[in-house]
Design a binder for this molecule. Structure first.
Ligand code: ADP
Length: 191
């Protein structure tokens, strides 16, 4: 089993790289953003609870996302590996993930941070707003809010994995495929 944390600011392309990783390695993709949007779409009690926060660009509580991830780890315990996308986003979540994986006799093997210039990300997010209709991508103010939360609440997660010797950076290039070539090299050094 190989477990990967895919990390980076909103809109950096984690979902795209995760899809390529699923194709290539057959790992299970766990995106808390997708899970939460699904809850909203299905109008579940949880979806109703988080809708406003997500649409305004704030993080939902640690307890909520930890419970979602815990359920998925148990449901797919025979997976070849997990790609954690958009989780952990706080150090509390990172500590909790370590405990959950330890209980299953496994761990995070590698953390890959995707890195790209902020101007490019903002352009991409605004395009995604049109394609996917995500209201949190449409408004510049909300995008700024998400970047600010990333800087304050999420960036410390880098130091957490760095202290464990698991931190890697993948500078994104022009195309998803050429970025994936960098990701592949990092993974290859861990299998
Ligand atoms: P992106 O990385 O493109 O901003 P995601 O799809 O990962 O988007 O997440 C969308 C929103 O869902 C976040 O802005 C946040 O409100 C919520 N969310 C997703 N994952 C988490 C998490 N691990 N902790 C707290 N909130 C989360």
């Amino acid at each position: 089993m190989l477990n990967i944390v895919l990390f980076g600011p909103p809109g950096v392309g984690k979902g795209t790289q995760a899809a390529l990783m699923v194709q290539h390695y057959g790992f299970k993709h766990l995106s808390t953003g997708d899970m939460l949007r699904n809850e909203i779409k299905n109008e579940t009690p949880l979806g109703k609870e988080v809708k406003q926060l997500i649409e305004s660009g704030f993080l939902v509580s640690d307890g909520i996302v930890i419970a979602l991830i815990k359920e998925q780890i148990a449901a797919y315990k025979d997976a070849k590996g997990f790609i954690f996308d958009g989780f952990p986003r706080t150090t509390v979540q990172a500590e909790s993930l370590d405990k959950m994986l330890e209980a299953q006799g496994t761990k995070i093997h590698v953390m890959i941070t995707l890195d790209v210039a902020q101007e490019i990300i903002i352009e991409r997010l605004q395009k995604r707003a049109v394609i996917e209709g995500r209201s949190d991508d449409a408004d510049l103010e909300i995008i700024r809010n998400r970047f600010e939360n990333y800087e304050k609440q999420t960036k410390p997660v880098m130091a957490y994995y760095s202290a464990q010797g698991k931190y890697h950076i993948a500078k994104c290039s022009d195309t998803p495929e050429s970025t994936f070539a960098v990701v592949e090299k990092i993974i290859a050094s861990h299998v």
